[in-house]
Design a protein around this ligand. Structure first.
Ligand SMILES: Nc1nc2c(ncn2[C@@H]2O[C@H](COP(=O)(O)OP(=O)(O)OP(=O)(O)O)[C@@H](O)[C@H]2O)c(=O)[nH]1
Ligand SMILES: [Zn+2]
Length: 217
């Protein structure tokens, strides 16, 4: 089966009027294929993949990639499968969720933090706090651009919890801008996605103040 054939793209629609929710899931990780490609890559850069230090590298890299891209084989809906009704109807915000992803342009990491908040549905349905971090992980462990990662997390929350509002802010440093190319270490990229009641300027400002305030800034 071709790589394209193995990649199933599922786009689920939530209730009418809601944004598309991406549940892209790839069926399998082809360890042998990745291993062979890494061996080829080593030849390509002028190395000898059979020398002592590199002999096990293709296998190691394949195992590392299986982990780094495990989100391709995880349905984000699983992250939000546990919900409970606490009757809480105000903002829930988890800040400084450690973020590691890989930019799809250079296959180099970008790393930083995600802040994820929502105002629960009128019925007060909420999810476990750790599930917000799990949701970030599912989408982060795919080849990504930061904008799409931010949007996908926001849309998955809208789909999974039908909350009255969602805010997702990500701050990250891209190694493709640091260790090569333009070489600007420390440059931070900040992206946000805001939905529902959190688009209201006052509510949004309150959430942003809480996000900024955590650093005393
Ligand atoms: N918008 C966006 N751009 C990204 C992200 N990650 C990497 N990039 C950018 O993707 C662009 C790719 O540009 P290209 O000109 O095709 O590639 P390049 O020649 O390697 O570019 P340089 O990085 O400028 O050397 C670069 O400007 C990167 O900074 C991301 O998450 N979001
Ligand atoms: Zn990049």
């Amino acid at each position: 089966m071709t790589a394209a054939g193995r990649l199933t793209r599922l786009t689920r629609r939530g209730p009418p009027g809601r944004r598309k929710y991406s549940a892209r899931v790839s069926a399998e990780f082809d360890h042998d294929r990745v291993k062979a490609a890494v061996r080829e890559l080593l030849f390509g850069i002028g190395e000898d993949p059979d020398r002592d230090g590199l002999r096990d590298t293709p296998d190691r890299v394949a195992r590392a990639y299986a982990e780094m891209f495990s989100g391709l084989r995880t349905d984000p809906a699983e992250a939000l499968s546990t919900t409970f009704d606490l009757g809480h109807d105000e903002l829930v915000l988890v800040t400084d969720i450690e973020l590691w992803s890989v930019c799809e342009h250079h296959l180099l990491p970008f790393t930083g933090v995600a802040h994820v908040g929502y105002i629960p549905a009128p019925d007060g349905r909420i999810t476990g706090l750790s599930k917000l971090a799990r949701l970030v992980d599912v989408y982060a462990k795919r080849p990504q651009v930061q904008e799409r990662l931010t949007t996908e997390v926001a849309n998955a929350l809208v789909h999974g919890l039908q909350p009255r509002g969602v805010i997702v802010v990500m701050e990250a440093e891209h190694l493709c801008m640091t260790m090569r190319g333009v070489r600007k270490p420390g440059a931070q990229t900040i992206t946000s996605a805001v939905r529902g009641q959190l688009r209201d300027p006052t509510t949004r400002a309150e959430a942003l103040a809480l996000i900024r305030g955590r650093r005393g800034g």
